[in-house]
Design a binder for this molecule. Structure first.
Ligand SMILES: Cc1cc2nc3c(=O)[nH]c(=O)nc-3n(C[C@H](O)[C@H](O)[C@H](O)COP(=O)(O)OP(=O)(O)OC[C@H]3O[C@@H](n4cnc5c(N)ncnc54)[C@H](O)[C@@H]3O)c2cc1C
Length: 505
């Protein structure tokens, strides 16, 4: 019988890849522990464009394996989590003399429609921009556009729901816990972890270690494993700006820039438009990454080429930046570096192997997890079969097209909820929204009000079930209510959460 602090697998990093691997492994019956040094998704996994997409642009770089796998995943992930993932139509305006000829775009979209197991998502169509409402917010340069399907995801919630499900399947999931060292002894890893809130240390043993530290993967190799020559990933910064809603249409836009890059303008959190992204090499600490003035100018100018009403830096209400941990394939330009993932095992069977994860997209996290499990099985033996396709993430156990029905059911049961409030709760918690609201009969039963439509019952849920510790975790990752509350409300929430953390300490 293994000791309580001994596991089959220990995962470093609570981004989408670490949490996805932990969930898959726990579901197969392995004993699993995962340590995240900050909050779940506090690294790259909350800073994405948030598309579950094949990556139309990657076809230009002949990344057919990646595009096909990603396209296949769109409907698998949508079915797993229809609360946080939903289909989105993208309008790609076309004008003669643009960066890419119409035949090339048509060919790309034909492949997109046909190589990726599309069943429910509607196919590509051509729009007459002299009549289509999608033309309304745009300059009148375009007579034609292509409209195609991809998916949208709440990235930070996808991470925490994987962590939650892994924990529900028996994994030990630790936030605020940094792995400081790991060494091999008698065929086992001995791992030291520091609690970043208290400074306390703890130790664990594991048969196999997974380094899923995203942009820190090389830092972990040098600091934790003393491999100072590690250079596997190319860090590429991408930034987004959020402005007040630029258009009413539910579709997103795909704009091509004269430099060959593309940006998206996407309806965001009902009242906003999300515009991004950029690609620039980055050498600093990934946690310190911030949008630069040059990126702000670039995004405003690129969007203003298309929108009638230009986008100015003064329109920006929020920005976020992230660092892509791309496998370094020696590409000359950041935008050309491969978006595919690479898994490498160090050490042999019986010698406490280490699996390093390089690269990987939100869209491919589940398949990356399956591939990681293949390596794990090779190294430490089989337990259970692949199971995540066809499973549901917590709260996602309703039909892929059933969101509106869930909202109606929630409003019927809790008639005091406003439409927007009910919609937000179903988007975030799916079928678990009712469990969270419990026997509430009136808004006053939801406890203290923290601004916008955030009440105590939701904050408690996030603290008790989703490891939220600070106001920032609640306002910017578990929800995006940070866009809707003021500084006094943030301070009130911070104080409340600090008190609660003290009570449990
Ligand atoms: C601008 C941008 C746009 C993107 N858009 C998309 C998109 O639209 N669709 C898509 O599919 N993908 C997209 N991606 C890619 C995707 O977001 C990333 O590939 C993915 O989130 C990487 O996840 P990860 O788990 O590898 O890394 P991370 O999310 O960074 O997780 C790694 C974690 O490891 C933790 N960690 C590091 N060191 C330690 C340690 N010593 N101990 C404990 N924990 C540690 C970190 O705190 C971090 O949370 C985008 C990326 C960027 C930057």
């Amino acid at each position: 019988m293994p000791a309580e602090d001994q596991f089959d697998i220990f995962v470093i990093g609570g981004g989408i890849n670490g949490c996805g691997i932990a969930r898959d492994a726990a579901g197969r019956g392995y004993s699993v522990a995962l340590a995240e040094m900050n909050d779940f998704a506090s690294g790259t996994s909350s800073a994405a464009t948030k598309l579950i997409h094949g990556g139309l642009r990657y076809l230009e770089h002949y990344e057919f394996r990646l595009v096909r796998e990603s396209l296949m995943e769109r409907e698998v992930l949508w079915a797993m989590a229809p609360h946080i993932i939903w289909p989105m139509r993208f309008v790609l305006p076309f004008h003669k003399g643009g960066v890419r000829p119409a035949w090339l775009i048509r060919l790309g979209l034909f492949l997109y429609d046909h190589i990726g197991g599309r069943k429910l998502l509607p196919a590509t169509k051509t729009l007459d921009m002299r009549r289509d409402p999608a033309a309304k917010p745009l300059k009148s340069l375009f007579t034609k556009a292509f409209e195609y399907s991809d998916g949208w995801v709440d990235d930070a919630r996808m991470v925490v729901l994987n962590a939650r499900d892994a924990a529900d399947r028996g994994a030990l999931i630790l936030s605020c816990s940094r792995v400081t060292s790991a060494r091999r002894e008698a065929g086992l890893w001995h791992i030291d972890v520091e609690d970043r809130a208290t400074g306390a240390g703890s130790s664990f043993k594991a048969r196999m270690l997974v380094n899923a530290a995203g942009p820190w993967v090389d830092v972990v190799l040098s600091d934790v494993f003393s491999n100072n020559s590690a250079h596997n990933v190319r860090l590429v910064q991408g930034s987004h700006i959020i402005v007040r809603r630029k258009f009413d249409d539910p579709r997103a836009y795909f704009f091509q820039n004269p430099d060959g890059r593309i940006i998206f303008a996407i309806p965001y959190e009902t009242d906003f438009t999300l515009i991004g992204t950029t690609d620039r090499d980055y050498n600093g600490d990934p946690h310190e990454v911030r949008i630069t003035d040059a990126e702000t100018d670039y995004l405003c100018k690129a969007a203003s080429e298309y929108f009638k009403e230009p986008v100015a830096p003064s329109d920006i209400v929020w920005t976020y930046s992230g660092v892509r941990p791309l496998f370094d394939d020696g590409a000359s330009k950041a935008q050309e570096a491969t978006r595919d993932y690479v898994l490498k095992v160090e050490g042999g069977k019986g010698d406490a192997p280490l699996l390093n994860i390089f690269g990987g997209k939100l869209t491919t996290y589940r398949r990356l997890g399956e591939h990681a499990l293949e390596k794990i099985i090779e190294m430490i033996g089989t337990k259970g079969a692949p199971w995540t396709a066809g499973s549901s993430l917590p709260g996602g156990d309703f039909p892929a097209t059933g969101y509106d029905a869930q909202v109606s059911a929630l409003k019927d049961r809790y008639s005091f909820l406003g439409d927007r409030h009910a919609r937000r709760l179903v988007r975030l918690y799916g079928t678990l929204a009712a469990r969270m609201l419990g026997e509430a009969k009136a808004l006053s039963d939801l406890g203290r009000h923290f601004g916008a439509d955030l009440y105590e019952v939701e904050v408690n849920w996030l603290m008790n079930r989703e490891w939220a510790r600070y106001a920032e975790d609640v306002l910017w990752r578990r929800t995006k209510l940070g866009l809707k509350v003021g500084p006094a409300e943030v301070a009130g929430l911070e104080e409340y959460m600090r008190e609660k953390m003290r009570e449990v300490a």
